[in-house]
Every structure is written in C-alpha cells, then in structure tokens.
Ligand binder design. Structure first.
Ligand code: 13P
Length: 248
C-alpha cells in the first residue's frame, strides 16, 4: 500500500528565522495522519527546521546535493553533510536545476545513487516543457528521463525513490495540469517503471504530481489512482495553505 506523501518545496524562499516561525505555526495546527509530510528548504534552514519538527514525524528535505562525499567543489553540499544533521529526503533533478544550473540525467542519476547509498530518500523530478507537450512528445521525453535517471539502480533501491512528475508548464504558472492529464502521465511513468522492474516493484513506487497544487485542487488530484502525493511550491509557504493540502 502506497502512503500519500505531500512535500513542500520552498525553493529559494525564507530565512532560517522565518523557517522556524513557519514550523512553530504549523505545529500548532497540524495533526498527524497517515499522510507522509516533508518540507524541502534551502540548506541554511535545514538544521533549524529539523530541530523545530522534532517529534512531529514531519520530514526535512534538501533541494539538491553533490554526488561526491567531499572534494574541491566550491559551493556544493554533500550527502554525509546532510545526513549528519538528520535530513530525511533530497529533491534531485528539479526542472529549475535542470534549466538554470545545467543538471543533466547523468548528474541526476549519480546524485540519486549517492543519496540512496547514504540513507537519504530521493525525490526525483521529471517533466516536460510546454514546447515538448505541444509537439505531442511528452511521453517520449519523460520515458527518456526515467530510464536515464533510474539507470543501474536495483529494484530494492528503486522502491525508496519518490518520483515527482512536474510538467514545467504547470510550475508557478497557476496553470495546473487537469487531474486527467496528471493521472495519465503518472500512470505512464508507472508503466515505464513496470517495464524496467516489473509490476510488483512499480506498484510500490510513490509518484507525486507537482505544478500549481493548491488547497482548491489538491483533493481531486489526490483522488487519481496513480497520484500518490504532491510536491507543492508556492502554496507550501503559508502554514494554513500547506495544512489544507496535507489534509486534502
Ligand atoms: P508551484 O507549486 O509553485 O507551481 O511549484 C511546483 C514545484 O516546482 C514544486 O517543486
């Protein structure tokens, strides 16, 4: 049974003090349920957030990491550094990192493998641009991403990965994919995974939808059989909005 998983992605928003303020407010209104919850925050907030969420069951995620444990890589942060402060998850291959910071399927694959080897659960992002969708090539494109990003990852590790399907045209645009569009792509991703690992394994892998998820559309998206959760950007910045999504 796949458990619903709602994660907030704060992107480059909030200072450490503002993150703690969010956590304190959120804890007052949050009631644990069978929904897995996490917040992906900038590095400077992770330590403080981890402490603030102690005992709540709410996970903390980084938004990126390097594939080496250490080295001369100015400006980078590694898996052991994240693990030491108790980081539970790491987003890998977000479209903003692919688009603005040269992330490729090769670096995504290396990072996913390192996260798994380090005991940090990856949230692996994929999704097509508007141009690709308009050309009718979204399935071909996303299949290519999934095959390359999962390359060389054995089934026992693959089940620890959460895939986040985030069509780029729906991110930060207010233009959510319809539940049918999101379901179609998440089901397709599960089929691709079934082709690689077999159906039993693909049925265990959690697939989130991301792209303008908000309190008003969360429940109809979550009702879809192959959508197991959401990766929420803008609407995760306010405790009350995020809570409504968590309680979809
Ligand atoms: P928005 O929810 O702001 O569209 O962002 C989605 C996203 O990129 C989450 O990773």
């Amino acid at each position: 049974m796949r458990k619903p998983f709602i994660a907030g992605n704060w992107k480059m928003y909030k200072t450490a003090a503002q993150a703690v303020e969010f956590a304190e407010e959120f804890k007052k209104i949050y009631r644990p349920s069978d929904v897995r919850v996490a917040i992906a925050a900038p590095y400077t907030q992770l330590w403080a957030l981890k402490k603030a969420f102690e005992g709540t069951g709410i996970g903390v995620a980084a938004q990126n990491m390097h594939w080496e444990d250490q080295g001369a890589f100015t400006g980078e942060v590694s898996a052991p550094m994240l693990k030491e402060i108790g980081v539970d998850y790491v987003i890998i291959g977000h479209s903003e990192r692919r688009e603005y910071f040269g992330e490729t399927d090769d670096t995504v694959n290396r990072k996913v493998k390192k996260a798994l080897a380090s005991g940090i659960l990856p949230i692996l992002c994929c999704g097509e641009s508007l141009k690709i969708r308009e050309a009718g090539k979204e399935k071909l494109f996303v299949e290519g991403q999934i095959r390359a990003d999962f390359d060389g990852i054995p089934a026992e590790d693959a089940v620890k990965i959460t895939v986040a399907y985030e069509p780029i045209w729906a991110i930060g645009t207010g233009k959510t994919a319809t539940p049918a569009q999101a379901q179609e792509m998440c089901a397709f991703i599960r089929d691709v995974l079934a082709g690689i690992y077999g159906e039993d394994v693909s049925e265990e892998i959690a697939i989130q939808y991301g792209g303008s998820v908000k309190p008003s559309n969360a429940s109809e998206l979550m009702d879809q059989v192959d959508i197991d959760g959401a990766l929420v950007g803008g609407a995760s910045l306010k405790p009350a909005d995020f809570l409504e999504i968590v309680h979809f």
